[in-house]
Design a binder for this molecule. Structure first.
Ligand code: HEM
Length: 154
């Protein structure tokens, strides 16, 4: 079975235990990173989208969907408006998302699903890291191009 098939099967197995997942994940995220609580202006809306889009991005990667790369580029870019998140912040969120669905699915979690999600988490983290590195490199170039005494804001 492909990663995509097994991941989809695991989401079906999760069923209505998806309910409340975003709320739980958000609480876990803020407990581990309280410094970011203030960055959330509308946490109820953001947590649902963050949870859904994180899972969709990994299923999309497993299916080699064309849109995933652009979607990751946009959300990493968007997040730079909120705070200075690093690759470890994204990695922690992605891993806690997978751990939560696995725990919620309990004995219905299909064999092999953890490995499939872990492979796609690695792929998603790699794109996030590439984007963050790209931003850092562009910011450094901009600073070098600026006359002395001015400060880059990007
Ligand atoms: C794969 C990982 C992630 C995805 C797909 C994602 C997705 C999103 C999306 C789509 C929004 C927009 C919500 C809206 O406008 O309604 C959002 C907002 C936000 N995200 Fe994420 N996110 C991810 C990881 C993270 C992480 C790791 C953090 C912090 C540690 C974070 C912090 C925020 C904040 C502060 C907002 C603004 C919410 C607000 O205005 O209330 N995100 N995220």
């Amino acid at each position: 079975m492909s990663d995509r098939e097994i991941m989809e099967e695991s989401l079906v197995a999760l069923g209505d235990r998806y309910e409340g997942l975003a709320e739980e994940l958000f609480a876990t995220l803020i407990a581990s990173r309280p410094q970011y609580a203030a960055a959330f202006i509308n946490p109820e809306a953001a947590r649902e989208r963050m949870t859904g889009e994180t899972l969709e991005a990994m299923v999309g990667l497993a299916a080699s969907e064309w849109w995933v790369d652009g979607a990751v580029t946009s959300f990493v870019d968007l997040h730079r408006n909120y705070a200075d998140f690093d690759a470890g912040d994204y990695e922690a969120w992605i891993l806690m998302t997978i751990a939560a669905i696995e725990r919620r699915a309990g004995s219905d979690w299909p064999a092999g699903a953890s490995a499939a999600w872990a492979r796609q988490a690695d792929a998603l983290n790699a794109i996030v890291a590439r984007e963050l590195a790209g931003h850092a490199a562009r910011a450094a170039r901009k600073r070098l191009a600026e006359p002395a005494g001015t400060t880059a804001t990007d």
